[in-house]
Design a binder for this molecule. Structure first.
Ligand code: AMX
Length: 435
């Protein structure tokens, strides 16, 4: 076994004891009340989930194991001459709460290289998928295809596994899934857009750098872009659609492949991860209609027209955040460091200046500021990846890190099947009606 599993074996009993103690001391305390509006309105600010690896603050954004995005960028391992955090190091942090030593970091990296090979059956499966399918659908399907290799499912089927061991099997599946997902995703890209011309993995590269390489992008800057991208999208607490779905499905003891395939399906919704594809589409449509050097007034009109048509401004707004997403800032700073004078990057900066005041005039919008998806696509577009339908797959490769770390812990904590209650219109009327 690798060093991460060894460390998890030390940590699991300690944290199990901590959880028992917390329940004993605070188990009957009230976390929050739920109003009828919240029950109908997508459960905003209902704190009914336990999800340990990250926490979202409306004002300051995401912290993963208590570290915000600039701190993660500063403290996590980087590539030689690089500035961006490496996802292998982040995964160690998400699982253990500690930053990895150089040796621990190298061990995860090595383990993912060993586990990452795709067999010829899986390659054939991907290359047989209809090219008309959306790449997110292809990813979800391939995760389901890989489910035949689930060690948890096999052990459970044979009656070999009891509850205290669940997490160890989830861990094995999670590590395999994480090792394979960049290769699966790169092959989907090469199949759909590059005539199936496969680029073999380069095992001298790190997880994210190798993903860039297998996609067909070899500049150091692109690798750096992906290292940062795959780190900052990894986790966003437990209530977002992809994380919550993965957690929910896993709570039924569906293995990590089944669980994450379900999470990926949620990520493929335009109000969630697919927003990064939508942003590019929207920006390109705007440029097509209005040309280059668009005035602020024209952008304002374009925003209002989009809203009048009953559409949302993709990349703006958030269910929890109430200020600019620190992940947006991270990408904006990346662009400032690396990219000079790209028309779409410049337009994104101009939109950041122009759009929030317009959205503020529309009373119902709770958050007029940009989220991560407002920026991520233009970076990929700049580096030559023009197939914006693919962008959410990159998000999915990253989100797997957070979803897998939390899934392992959900089993380690022995969390039960998730089953909240629901209410009907009649229930509400009878409970609160006058008579
Ligand atoms: N453009 C236009 N209208 C917007 C809007 C936007 N960017 N953001 C919110 N609104 C509208 C909502 O559609 C809703 O209208 P309705 O009452 O007529 O249905 C109203 O404002 C109130 O919504 P809210 O409370 O501010 O937001 P929410 O929590 O219901 O939804 C989100 C949050 C992200 C779905 C929404 O802001 C949105 O649709 N944004 C655009 C899509 C996007 O960028 N999604 C990515 C989010 C980050 C992620 O998950 N990757």
């Amino acid at each position: 076994h690798g060093l991460l599993k060894k460390r998890m074996r030390e940590l699991v009993p300690v944290k199990q004891a901590l959880l028992r103690d917390v329940r004993k001391r605070y188990g009957s305390k009230e976390v929050c009340k739920v109003t009828v509006d919240q029950a109908i309105g997508g459960m905003r600010n209902v704190f009914g989930l336990f999800y340990d690896a990250s926490l979202l603050d409306a004002k300051t954004g995401i912290t993963m194991r208590d570290y915000n995005i600039p701190e993660l960028q500063e403290y996590l391992q980087k590539a030689e001459n690089g500035h961006e955090p490496l996802p292998e190091a982040l995964f160690w942090l998400l699982c253990t709460g500690d930053f990895p030593s150089e040796q621990e970091f190298a061990d995860v990296q090595q383990e993912w290289k060993q586990r990452g090979q795709l067999d010829s059956e899986t390659q054939r499966f991907i290359l047989s998928l209809p090219k008309t399918a959306h790449p997110m659908t292809m990813l979800s399907q391939t995760l389901l295809f890989l489910q035949k290799d689930s060690q948890f499912q096999q052990a459970y089927d044979q009656g070999k596994v009891s509850k205290p061991q669940y997490w160890e099997y989830f861990y094995e599946d999670a590590m395999d899934l994480l090792a394979k997902i960049p290769r699966v995703s790169a092959l989907i890209y090469r199949h759909k857009y590059k005539n199936g011309e496969i680029i073999q993995a380069d095992d001298n590269l790190d997880w994210a750098g190798n993903y860039a390489h297998m996609l067909g992008y070899n500049k150091f800057e692109v690798r750096e872009c992906l290292r940062g991208y795959l780190s900052i999208h990894a986790d966003h607490e437990g209530g977002n659609v992809s994380a919550h779905t993965t957690h929910l499905v896993g709570s039924a003891l569906a293995d990590p492949y089944l669980s994450y395939s379900a999470g990926v399906n949620g990520l493929a919704g335009p109000l969630h991860g697919l927003a990064n594809q939508e942003v590019l589409k929207w920006l390109l449509e705007m440029r097509e209609e209005l040309g280059d050097n668009i005035s602020n007034e024209k952008i304002q009109d374009y925003v209002l027209t989009t809203i009048r048509e009953g559409r949302v401004i993709p990349g703006y707004g958030h269910a929890v955040l109430r200020y600019t997403d620190p992940r947006f800032i991270h990408q904006k700073e990346f662009a400032a460091r690396h990219i000079k004078d790209d028309p779409l990057v410049n337009l994104t900066a101009q939109c950041y200046h122009v759009i929030p005041p317009v959205l503020k005039t529309i009373g119902k919008i709770q958050n007029p500021w940009p989220n991560v998806d407002a920026h991520s696509g233009v970076l990929l577009y700049h580096y030559g990846m023009r197939e914006f339908q693919y962008y959410t797959v990159v998000f999915a490769v990253s989100r797997a890190l957070g979803c897998m770390a939390n899934l392992i812990w959900s089993r380690a904590f022995g969390l039960p099947i998730e089953r909240p209650g629901s209410i009907t219109l009649r229930w509400i009327e009878e409970k609160f009606g006058e008579n």
